[in-house]
Ligand binder design. Structure first.
Ligand SMILES: [Zn+2]
Length: 350
């Protein structure tokens, strides 16, 4: 068997060597052709890739051409300065989103611009509206704007027929309501927007009668004009799938001008607005909002680990608010220069 097979094997060995040599030669020739073909085919593509690279570079600000100075780790635009805030501050400010997903945070450092503690409305209100009782507390900025809104409301309607039915609630207050009314009606303690001091419910008192407010008669003035005073209707009709709360014509929330303009004019919920703002960043496009005779620009800064560095304008008035989700919203008033108070706020934030 061995003798018979060995010559054949030898022959096949020679064949294999020849075959391999041929394959190598063919492969080298083919490779030269293919490679040169690929090169000529790919030259324009390589250029295109280069062009893309150039475009990428050009999209980044050129310090020498746009007056932007270079910091070691981050590019600071001209007329901006850095302030550093505790990242826990995302839970405070006029734009905090409080719902079933993002609870109210009761404790914090509270030094985000304009963060305020609720005070007695009765002691600070004017005669153009009433309060249910002395337990009605709201943040001072809310009362200030309620006074302005109801003065205009009474001038329009001739009737001081609205009263504040509910306002700030502590977590303990909410627990009592929850225990009494149940989960179908009351939010879980910690998950009610009333904890913020920026939310309140209105009702009607007329001729000794108390009733729920509805979108009828002169009451429609409120949803039509609330934006001018920084208020929104927090739980609008047809948005229950987003807010988790059925339409509440009586529940208003202070978010401040110009946010109230944008939210009311575009029929948004605060959930949608907070999400939308995240697409406007410091170095990207800012959200421009016209509110009355003023113009504003808004941008979002994500919260960092521990502290967050926020770039704010040096030549314009601004406010900073947490969103209670993951970052900060900077509101720049293009028509106002920083005041001493604003400068102080910035120092506090720093
Ligand atoms: Zn309410």
């Amino acid at each position: 068997m061995n003798n018979y097979q060995s010559p054949k094997r030898r022959n096949s060995g020679v064949d294999t060597t020849l075959f391999l040599v041929l394959v190598i030669i063919i492969a080298i020739i083919a490779n030269i052709f293919i490679f040169s073909g690929l090169r000529s085919e790919h030259t324009p593509k390589d250029n295109a890739d280069l062009r893309t690279e150039t475009e990428k570079v050009e999209k980044d600000p050129d310090p020498s051409q746009s007056g932007i100075s270079n910091a070691p780790s981050v590019i600071i635009p001209e007329n901006y300065k850095s302030v550093t805030v505790d990242s826990g501050e995302i839970h405070f400010g006029e734009l905090v989103l409080i719902n079933g997903e993002y609870p109210h945070v009761a404790d914090g450092v509270h030094n985000v611009t304009r963060y305020e503690t609720p005070v007695d409305v009765y002691a600070n209100k004017n005669k153009n509206y009433a309060v249910k009782d002395m337990s009605i507390d709201l943040n001072p900025v809310v009362i200030e704007n309620l006074n302005a809104m109801f003065t205009d409301y009474v001038a329009f309607s001739g009737a001081a027929d609205i009263y504040i039915n509910a306002a700030y609630r502590s977590h303990e207050d909410q627990k009592a309501i929850y225990d009494q009314k149940g989960s179908d009606i009351a939010a879980l303690p910690g998950y009610s927007e009333h904890h913020s001091g920026y939310a309140f419910d209105v009702a009607v008192h007329s001729g000794g009668k108390y009733s729920a407010i509805s979108d009828t008669g002169h009451f429609t003035w409120l949803p039509e004009n609330c934006k001018k005073y920084g208020f929104i209707r927090r739980y609008p009709e047809g948005k229950t799938d987003i807010t988790g709360i059925t339409f509440e014509p009586w529940h208003y929330r202070f978010v401040g001008v110009p946010h109230s303009y944008y939210i009311m004019e575009n029929s948004l919920t605060l959930e949608e607005y907070v999400k939308l703002l995240k697409s406007y960043t410091l170095m990207g496009e800012h959200l421009a909002i016209s509110a009355g005779d003023k113009t504003y620009e808004i941008y979002y800064v994500p919260a960092g680990q521990g502290t967050t560095e926020i770039f704010v304008p040096t030549d314009k008035a601004y406010t900073i608010s947490g969103n209670n989700v993951d970052g900060f919203v900077i509101t720049v008033d293009n028509t106002a220069t920083p005041t001493a108070e604003k400068a102080e706020n910035a120092e506090n934030a720093a």
